[in-house]
Design a protein around this ligand. Structure first.
Ligand SMILES: *Cc1c(COP(=O)(O)O)cnc(C)c1O
Ligand SMILES: [Zn+2]
Length: 398
């Protein structure tokens, strides 16, 4: 008896452990459910918190892979948590920590979901994977596919930085540039995955196995801080990272290991912010982004054109956590990228800088309570979009 199964996030229909992306009854996206009573207790987390391991696979009972199966790993996870000194004003004893997902094998958090998804692909006996990517998913997919010996085909929009394209090719993936933006690449990847019977690793809620890898950020944060932070600030495209982190905290609370949940702040770039727009308009549903998707934060530029329901799913998680959604202007990203590098020694991808700029913005607008512990997720390394940033980094910080 396995302890997990894919379940429809909308209607609750449950499925076999198989390569499946949407509910056959209502077409909704899926989520993995576990037999929590059997596997996940306070003692389970207490034991792990005291153990010396750092890889995501120490949480394998809470990942959707078969217990006896081989895992595909490059040593992902176990990333540092560092405290900033110079981003927030020293007011009200608030602290800002950075979860350094940039210190993963391919320099972005995507190694967590992709390690899990590629492991699942290998367990399903598939020999081919496909994905659409704004860059980091593709790089991680290519690396883990190489490690597993799987054929990997990636579809990227034109805006994808050269650093990421080149990495995908060096890992041996077949790379196609699709005219238009991420949603166009998403559509082509979906067609190709069906045509070739390949596992689709596209980062939205498309692949329920991949999303689970993001939960490991939550477990690590709770162990590293010794408590649940008040706020977690996450750059979002469609939002599976944000949802995955929140799910991880819910599991720890369910197990009795922690007693509260964090509030989740989802951050987008002003030039492409469909989830933020719906949040501010008080809408129940996210609409596809209607204008041009224009921002230097290419990693999160997702207009959600044909899958706005993915945005709605993220929005509902943000609301459930009593969180917020906010957007940051490109000019602020350039300013904070430099500030973060010059004052904290952290070089972050432009998409990731949104979470740091958002922390400062939340403090300035009085959103952070006294003594608040805040974590911003540094989702990707600055080396992954050097050329995109370089043209913008002239001039002084303040
Ligand atoms: C993919 C990505 C995001 C957004 O994550 P989602 O889970 O797709 O919303 C944020 N930052 C970086 C650097 C990324 O690569
Ligand atoms: Zn359904």
């Amino acid at each position: 008896m396995s302890t997990f199964r894919p379940v429809c996030w909308y209607c609750g229909e449950s499925y076999e452990i198989e390569p499946i992306y949407t509910c056959r009854r209502c077409k909704g996206t899926l989520e993995i459910h576990y037999d929590y009573e059997q596997i996940c207790s306070k003692a389970y987390f207490t034991r792990l918190a005291a153990s010396s391991g750092s890889e995501i696979w120490r949480f394998r009972e809470l990942l959707p892979i078969l217990p006896e199966g081989r895992t595909i790993s490059l040593g992902e996870g176990g990333t540092p948590l560092i405290r900033t000194n110079n981003i927030l004003n020293i007011a009200n004893n608030q602290s800002l920590h950075l979860k350094m997902e940039s210190i993963n094998p391919t320099l972005a958090f995507k190694d967590r979901p992709l390690a899990v998804a590629i492991t699942a692909a290998a367990q399903f006996g598939l020999n081919e994977v496909v994905c659409a990517s704004t860059g980091n998913t593709g790089v991680a997919a290519a690396a883990y596919a190489a490690r597993a010996g799987l054929r990997c085909t990636i579809y990227v929009p034109e805006s994808t930085p050269e650093e990421k394209r080149s990495a995908m090719e060096q890992y041996g993936a077949v790379l196609h540039t699709v005219e238009g933006h991420y949603s166009d690449a998403y559509r082509v990847a979906e067609e190709m995955a069906v045509a070739r019977q390949a596992f689709n690793l596209t980062s939205t809620y498309m692949n329920p196995y991949a999303v689970e890898g993001n939960k490991t950020v939550a477990y690590e944060l709770a162990f590293q801080l010794g408590k649940v932070p008040d706020w977690i600030i996450v750059p979002i495209g469609a939002g599976p990272l944000l949802s995955g982190i929140y799910k991880g905290f819910k599991e720890m609370k369910l197990a009795g290991f922690t007693d509260k949940l964090p509030r989740m702040a989802g951050v987008q770039a002003e030039g492409c912010a469909p989830i933020v727009k719906a949040f501010h308009d008080g809408e129940a549903d996210v609409q596809p982004w209607s204008g041009p998707a224009q921002t230097i934060a290419s990693g999160i530029a997702d207009p959600l054109l044909t899958y706005p329901a993915d945005g709605t799913r993220t929005l509902s998680v943000i609301r459930e956590s009593e969180g917020i959604a906010l957007a940051i202007a490109d000019a602020e990203l350039i300013r904070y990228r430099r500030l973060l590098a010059e004052r904290e020694g952290v070089l972050a991808e432009l998409s990731s800088v949104t979470a740091v700029a958002a922390a400062a913005h939340m403090q300035q607008t009085g959103l952070l309570e006294q003594n608040a512990t805040v974590v911003s997720i540094v989702t990707g390394h600055g080396l992954k979009d050097m050329s995109a940033a370089i043209n913008h980094t002239k001039g002084s910080v303040l």
